[in-house]
Design a protein around this ligand. Sequence first.
Ligand code: ZN
Length: 278
Amino acid sequence: MKLKNLVSILSLFALALVTFTACQSEQNDELLEEEGKVSPEILAKLEAAYFDTSRAFTTNFMGEEGVAVEDMFFTYAQIDELQPIDPLAKHYRTTNLVSGLPRVITISVDPALGTLGSNALDATITMYNNLGLRISFSRVAFGQRGRNKANIEVTEFYELESGGFITLGRAAGFPTRKGDPAKGFGINSRWFELSIAPNVNELAGTMAHEIGHCIGLRHTDYQTRQSCGQNVNEGSAGVGAIYIPGTPTGSDTNSIMQSCGPAITFNNNDRIALETLY
Ligand SMILES: [Zn+2]
Protein backbone atom coordinates (compact mmCIF):
# COMPACT_ATOMS: atom_id res chain seq x y z
CA MET A 1 0.00 0.00 0.00
CA LYS A 2 2.96 2.14 0.27
CA LEU A 3 3.68 1.76 -3.44
CA LYS A 4 1.22 1.74 -6.28
CA ASN A 5 1.96 0.36 -9.71
CA LEU A 6 0.47 3.11 -11.82
CA VAL A 7 0.45 1.15 -15.06
CA SER A 8 -1.93 -1.41 -13.64
CA ILE A 9 -4.45 1.03 -12.33
CA LEU A 10 -4.58 4.01 -14.62
CA SER A 11 -6.79 4.58 -17.62
CA LEU A 12 -5.29 4.92 -21.08
CA PHE A 13 -5.57 8.64 -20.84
CA ALA A 14 -3.78 8.64 -17.56
CA LEU A 15 -1.29 6.13 -18.94
CA ALA A 16 -0.29 8.68 -21.53
CA LEU A 17 0.20 11.11 -18.69
CA VAL A 18 2.36 8.63 -16.84
CA THR A 19 4.40 7.88 -19.94
CA PHE A 20 4.99 11.58 -20.15
CA THR A 21 5.84 11.93 -16.51
CA ALA A 22 8.00 8.81 -16.75
CA CYS A 23 10.07 10.63 -19.36
CA GLN A 24 10.24 13.57 -17.07
CA SER A 25 11.22 11.43 -14.14
CA GLU A 26 13.97 9.72 -16.13
CA GLN A 27 15.72 13.03 -16.01
CA ASN A 28 14.96 13.21 -12.34
CA ASP A 29 16.29 9.71 -11.90
CA GLU A 30 19.54 10.73 -13.51
CA LEU A 31 19.78 13.59 -11.10
CA LEU A 32 18.95 11.26 -8.27
CA GLU A 33 21.72 8.94 -9.30
CA GLU A 34 24.15 11.74 -8.78
CA GLU A 35 22.58 13.54 -5.86
CA GLY A 36 20.91 10.59 -4.19
CA LYS A 37 23.21 7.77 -5.11
CA VAL A 38 23.55 5.11 -2.47
CA SER A 39 27.08 3.88 -1.88
CA PRO A 40 27.88 0.30 -2.85
CA GLU A 41 28.58 -0.51 0.80
CA ILE A 42 25.15 0.67 1.93
CA LEU A 43 23.44 -1.03 -1.01
CA ALA A 44 25.14 -4.27 -0.06
CA LYS A 45 23.84 -4.00 3.50
CA LEU A 46 20.28 -3.36 2.31
CA GLU A 47 20.46 -6.18 -0.18
CA ALA A 48 21.84 -8.55 2.43
CA ALA A 49 18.74 -7.63 4.41
CA TYR A 50 16.74 -8.54 1.28
CA PHE A 51 15.28 -5.15 0.54
CA ASP A 52 14.53 -4.26 -3.07
CA THR A 53 17.09 -1.57 -3.78
CA SER A 54 16.07 -0.94 -7.39
CA ARG A 55 14.68 2.50 -6.50
CA ALA A 56 16.71 3.21 -3.37
CA PHE A 57 18.10 6.71 -2.97
CA THR A 58 19.65 8.85 -0.28
CA THR A 59 17.48 11.57 1.14
CA ASN A 60 16.61 13.63 4.17
CA PHE A 61 13.43 12.38 5.75
CA MET A 62 11.83 13.68 8.95
CA GLY A 63 14.97 15.65 9.67
CA GLU A 64 17.51 12.86 9.29
CA GLU A 65 19.84 11.71 6.54
CA GLY A 66 19.50 8.19 5.28
CA VAL A 67 18.20 5.98 2.52
CA ALA A 68 14.69 5.47 1.12
CA VAL A 69 14.11 1.87 0.05
CA GLU A 70 10.71 0.38 -0.83
CA ASP A 71 8.28 2.29 1.44
CA MET A 72 10.81 2.52 4.22
CA PHE A 73 13.39 5.06 5.31
CA PHE A 74 16.41 4.05 7.35
CA THR A 75 19.07 6.25 8.89
CA TYR A 76 22.65 5.04 8.45
CA ALA A 77 22.63 3.92 12.08
CA GLN A 78 19.51 1.85 11.43
CA ILE A 79 21.10 0.36 8.33
CA ASP A 80 24.10 -0.67 10.41
CA GLU A 81 21.71 -2.66 12.60
CA LEU A 82 20.37 -4.62 9.65
CA GLN A 83 21.99 -8.02 9.71
CA PRO A 84 21.34 -10.88 7.35
CA ILE A 85 19.50 -13.73 9.01
CA ASP A 86 18.01 -16.96 7.78
CA PRO A 87 16.40 -16.07 4.44
CA LEU A 88 14.17 -19.10 4.75
CA ALA A 89 12.60 -17.81 7.93
CA LYS A 90 9.01 -17.54 7.12
CA HIS A 91 2.37 -12.20 8.71
CA TYR A 92 5.86 -11.45 9.47
CA ARG A 93 7.16 -9.26 12.17
CA THR A 94 10.41 -7.54 12.98
CA THR A 95 12.65 -8.65 15.82
CA ASN A 96 11.90 -5.54 17.86
CA LEU A 97 8.34 -4.82 18.91
CA VAL A 98 6.72 -2.06 20.94
CA SER A 99 7.12 -2.94 24.63
CA GLY A 100 5.64 -1.70 27.89
CA LEU A 101 2.16 -3.04 27.22
CA PRO A 102 -0.54 -2.01 27.70
CA ARG A 103 0.51 1.21 26.12
CA VAL A 104 -1.14 4.26 24.60
CA ILE A 105 0.79 5.52 21.59
CA THR A 106 0.32 9.17 20.80
CA ILE A 107 0.11 10.18 17.15
CA SER A 108 -0.13 13.49 15.31
CA VAL A 109 -0.55 14.63 11.72
CA ASP A 110 1.03 17.55 9.89
CA PRO A 111 -1.63 20.15 8.99
CA ALA A 112 0.04 20.25 5.56
CA LEU A 113 -1.96 17.10 4.79
CA GLY A 114 -5.15 19.10 5.20
CA THR A 115 -8.61 18.07 6.25
CA LEU A 116 -8.21 14.84 4.32
CA GLY A 117 -5.11 13.91 6.28
CA SER A 118 -6.72 14.86 9.56
CA ASN A 119 -9.90 12.87 8.89
CA ALA A 120 -7.92 9.91 7.60
CA LEU A 121 -5.80 9.77 10.74
CA ASP A 122 -8.94 9.77 12.89
CA ALA A 123 -10.29 6.88 10.79
CA THR A 124 -6.99 5.01 11.13
CA ILE A 125 -6.98 5.43 14.91
CA THR A 126 -10.53 4.04 14.99
CA MET A 127 -9.44 1.06 12.85
CA TYR A 128 -6.72 0.16 15.35
CA ASN A 129 -8.58 0.96 18.55
CA ASN A 130 -11.56 -1.14 17.42
CA LEU A 131 -9.24 -4.16 17.48
CA GLY A 132 -9.01 -3.95 21.27
CA LEU A 133 -5.25 -4.52 21.35
CA ARG A 134 -2.92 -3.83 24.27
CA ILE A 135 -1.61 -0.91 22.28
CA SER A 136 -4.02 1.87 21.44
CA PHE A 137 -3.62 5.19 19.71
CA SER A 138 -4.46 8.65 20.92
CA ARG A 139 -4.25 11.76 18.80
CA VAL A 140 -2.28 14.78 19.97
CA ALA A 141 -1.34 18.11 18.44
CA PHE A 142 1.35 18.15 15.74
CA GLY A 143 4.67 19.90 16.18
CA GLN A 144 5.01 19.55 19.95
CA ARG A 145 8.47 19.13 21.44
CA GLY A 146 10.01 17.20 24.28
CA ARG A 147 7.68 15.12 26.38
CA ASN A 148 4.65 16.32 24.44
CA LYS A 149 6.03 15.20 21.10
CA ALA A 150 3.86 12.48 19.55
CA ASN A 151 5.29 8.96 19.59
CA ILE A 152 4.38 8.68 15.90
CA GLU A 153 4.30 11.78 13.70
CA VAL A 154 2.56 11.72 10.33
CA THR A 155 4.41 14.10 8.03
CA GLU A 156 4.05 15.27 4.44
CA PHE A 157 6.53 14.79 1.61
CA TYR A 158 6.33 15.41 -2.13
CA GLU A 159 7.85 12.94 -4.53
CA LEU A 160 7.15 12.39 -8.22
CA GLU A 161 6.38 8.95 -9.58
CA SER A 162 9.30 6.95 -10.91
CA GLY A 163 9.44 3.91 -13.15
CA GLY A 164 5.65 3.63 -13.19
CA PHE A 165 5.42 3.60 -9.40
CA ILE A 166 4.40 6.20 -6.90
CA THR A 167 5.36 5.90 -3.27
CA LEU A 168 2.22 6.65 -1.26
CA GLY A 169 3.76 6.55 2.19
CA ARG A 170 7.14 6.01 3.80
CA ALA A 171 7.78 4.68 7.27
CA ALA A 172 10.77 5.81 9.31
CA GLY A 173 11.92 2.29 10.10
CA PHE A 174 10.62 -0.31 12.51
CA PRO A 175 10.40 -0.37 16.34
CA THR A 176 13.59 0.54 18.16
CA ARG A 177 15.66 -1.78 20.32
CA LYS A 178 14.29 0.15 23.31
CA GLY A 179 10.78 -0.96 22.39
CA ASP A 180 9.43 2.30 21.03
CA PRO A 181 7.55 2.53 17.73
CA ALA A 182 9.33 4.07 14.76
CA LYS A 183 9.06 7.82 15.12
CA GLY A 184 6.65 8.30 12.26
CA PHE A 185 5.84 8.08 8.61
CA GLY A 186 5.26 10.38 5.67
CA ILE A 187 2.43 10.63 3.17
CA ASN A 188 3.27 11.67 -0.41
CA SER A 189 1.08 14.66 -1.22
CA ARG A 190 1.87 14.16 -4.93
CA TRP A 191 -0.70 11.33 -4.67
CA PHE A 192 -3.39 13.93 -3.99
CA GLU A 193 -2.79 15.53 -7.40
CA LEU A 194 -3.23 12.38 -9.49
CA SER A 195 -6.37 10.86 -10.99
CA ILE A 196 -5.98 8.15 -8.31
CA ALA A 197 -6.14 10.72 -5.51
CA PRO A 198 -7.31 9.00 -2.33
CA ASN A 199 -10.57 9.36 -0.49
CA VAL A 200 -10.50 9.34 3.30
CA ASN A 201 -10.77 5.56 3.59
CA GLU A 202 -8.01 4.92 1.07
CA LEU A 203 -5.68 7.33 2.84
CA ALA A 204 -6.62 5.77 6.19
CA GLY A 205 -5.72 2.37 4.77
CA THR A 206 -2.26 3.58 3.78
CA MET A 207 -1.79 5.19 7.19
CA ALA A 208 -2.79 1.90 8.83
CA HIS A 209 -0.19 0.11 6.65
CA GLU A 210 2.58 2.53 7.61
CA ILE A 211 1.63 2.33 11.30
CA GLY A 212 1.92 -1.43 10.84
CA HIS A 213 5.59 -0.95 9.93
CA CYS A 214 6.13 1.47 12.83
CA ILE A 215 4.94 -1.20 15.27
CA GLY A 216 6.80 -4.09 13.67
CA LEU A 217 4.91 -5.59 10.75
CA ARG A 218 6.76 -6.43 7.55
CA HIS A 219 5.14 -6.89 4.16
CA THR A 220 3.06 -10.07 3.93
CA ASP A 221 4.42 -10.57 0.41
CA TYR A 222 8.00 -9.72 1.34
CA GLN A 223 9.21 -12.90 -0.31
CA THR A 224 7.89 -11.99 -3.76
CA ARG A 225 6.50 -8.46 -3.75
CA GLN A 226 3.94 -9.93 -6.13
CA SER A 227 1.40 -7.23 -5.24
CA CYS A 228 3.74 -4.80 -7.00
CA GLY A 229 3.84 -6.96 -10.11
CA GLN A 230 7.33 -8.12 -9.21
CA ASN A 231 8.76 -11.51 -8.45
CA VAL A 232 11.73 -10.95 -6.23
CA ASN A 233 12.68 -12.22 -2.83
CA GLU A 234 12.44 -9.38 -0.36
CA GLY A 235 13.95 -11.77 2.16
CA SER A 236 14.21 -11.52 5.87
CA ALA A 237 16.00 -8.41 6.93
CA GLY A 238 18.24 -8.38 9.97
CA VAL A 239 15.37 -6.53 11.57
CA GLY A 240 13.79 -9.94 11.31
CA ALA A 241 11.02 -11.53 9.33
CA ILE A 242 9.59 -13.75 11.98
CA TYR A 243 6.53 -15.80 11.13
CA ILE A 244 3.43 -14.92 13.18
CA PRO A 245 1.60 -18.12 14.16
CA GLY A 246 -1.88 -18.54 12.73
CA THR A 247 -1.29 -16.44 9.63
CA PRO A 248 -0.73 -17.71 6.07
CA THR A 249 2.82 -18.40 4.95
CA GLY A 250 1.86 -17.92 1.32
CA SER A 251 0.16 -15.17 -0.61
CA ASP A 252 -2.49 -13.19 1.26
CA THR A 253 -3.79 -10.81 -1.34
CA ASN A 254 -6.29 -9.05 0.96
CA SER A 255 -3.79 -8.24 3.68
CA ILE A 256 -3.30 -4.56 4.40
CA MET A 257 0.42 -5.29 4.72
CA GLN A 258 0.94 -6.24 1.06
CA SER A 259 3.78 -4.24 -0.53
CA CYS A 260 1.50 -2.58 -3.09
CA GLY A 261 -2.05 -2.94 -1.79
CA PRO A 262 -4.87 -2.76 -2.71
CA ALA A 263 -6.42 -3.59 0.69
CA ILE A 264 -7.46 -0.63 2.85
CA THR A 265 -8.95 -2.54 5.77
CA PHE A 266 -7.59 -5.26 8.04
CA ASN A 267 -8.44 -8.75 6.90
CA ASN A 268 -8.81 -11.62 9.32
CA ASN A 269 -5.12 -12.53 9.09
CA ASP A 270 -4.08 -8.95 9.79
CA ARG A 271 -6.24 -9.07 12.92
CA ILE A 272 -4.71 -12.38 13.97
CA ALA A 273 -1.23 -10.98 13.46
CA LEU A 274 -1.91 -7.84 15.48
CA GLU A 275 -3.75 -9.73 18.23
CA THR A 276 -0.84 -12.17 18.46
CA LEU A 277 1.74 -9.42 18.83
CA TYR A 278 -0.28 -7.01 20.91
ZN1 ZN B 1 4.96 -1.08 3.38
